[in-house]
Design a binder for this molecule. Structure first.
Ligand SMILES: [Zn+2]
Length: 67
């Protein structure tokens, strides 16, 4: 089989780091997983993302013309 990190052929049997080929690749994979998992939910910097929508219907076409 192949190591999912470095794509090298690794042995499944008698391999303490399976399915990786070595400890390094295992740490890399764990590091990647941890990095993705350490995204703290609720830490988004969207401060009150609810802009006021001034939906005033401006009907200024019927402007009274003063003569
Ligand atoms: Zn590897």
């Amino acid at each position: 089989m192949q190591c999912p990190v470095c794509r090298r052929s690794t042995t499944w049997t008698d391999n303490p780091w399976r399915p990786f080929c070595c400890e390094r690749c295992q740490l890399i994979d764990l590091g990647t997983w941890a990095a993705e998992g350490y995204r703290i939910p609720g830490s988004s910097l969207t401060a009150d993302a609810s802009p006021r929508q001034a939906d005033k219907e401006e009907q200024s076409d019927d402007a009274p013309s003063e003569r």
